[in-house]
Design a protein around this ligand. Sequence first.
Ligand SMILES: *[C@@H]1O[C@H](CO)[C@@H](O)[C@H](O)[C@H]1NC(C)=O
Ligand SMILES: *[C@@H]1O[C@H](CO)[C@@H](O)[C@H](O)[C@H]1NC(C)=O
Ligand SMILES: *[C@@H]1O[C@H](CO)[C@@H](O)[C@H](O)[C@H]1NC(C)=O
Ligand SMILES: *[C@@H]1O[C@H](CO)[C@@H](O)[C@H](O)[C@H]1NC(C)=O
Length: 188
Amino acid sequence: MNMDTFGFIFIVLTIISRVDPAETTSRPTAVPTRKPTTPDSTQPPTAGEGTSSLTFSLRRTFESSMSDPTSTAYQSLAKEVTREVNKGYRAIFPLTYSRCVIRSFSNGSIRVAMSMVYHNKTVVPTGMLVEEALRDVIISGIIDLNVNVSTISTTTNTSGGPTLKMTITTAFCLPFLLTVFKGMLSST
Ligand SMILES: *[C@@H]1O[C@H](CO)[C@@H](O)[C@H](O)[C@H]1NC(C)=O
Ligand SMILES: *[C@@H]1O[C@H](CO)[C@@H](O)[C@H](O)[C@H]1NC(C)=O
Ligand SMILES: *[C@@H]1O[C@H](CO)[C@@H](O)[C@H](O)[C@H]1NC(C)=O
Ligand SMILES: *[C@@H]1O[C@H](CO)[C@@H](O)[C@H](O)[C@H]1NC(C)=O
């Protein structure tokens, strides 16, 4: 036990600090209980905010009414998708992620296009990290949406700061970290 365990914990802490540097300054247990100021805001991004776009497919049957933003089918699906995606991204980027906005639903099975909004342009994570984060919160069961993980794709204009760049190690360890997050979420 010992050296290996300490070494591993050290590596994990290093990874956490790479994913979201500010995170190391707050108590980890504060993360799951953080109350978002605007829980389900879907306001379009303002000029100062950073954004990235995200698309993925749900393994569900598309109905034509889902392409109409005024329909109840669209609105209830939008509410469900934004709630779950917010839950996942707030766990991973608690200090920088703000909200997400549905752009459209289309046929295939249900193709979702959305915008992810961050506090400002300097904290937008790299596209690879945005994709990996969604994959990991799905695999670890933090969010409950039937996403086909091989369809997740993102585009971003702003590159994240150096500390937000994805590393192979981070990608490898995120599922483990998320399992820990999930444990903390369910123990509260
Ligand atoms: C969605 O696409 C499938 C396969 O192309 C098609 O069979 C189905 O009718 C389409 N659904 C709608 C609502 O357009
Ligand atoms: C961007 O947002 C982060 C997180 O809220 C904050 O720490 C940082 O100071 C902001 N930077 C600018 C340039 O506003
Ligand atoms: C997931 O998406 C891929 C690529 O579009 C497709 O080939 C595959 O059949 C899908 N899997 C499921 C389970 O829907
Ligand atoms: C990227 O920037 C271009 C021009 O600055 C803009 O037209 C485009 O919509 C942006 N794309 C995204 C995904 O924000």
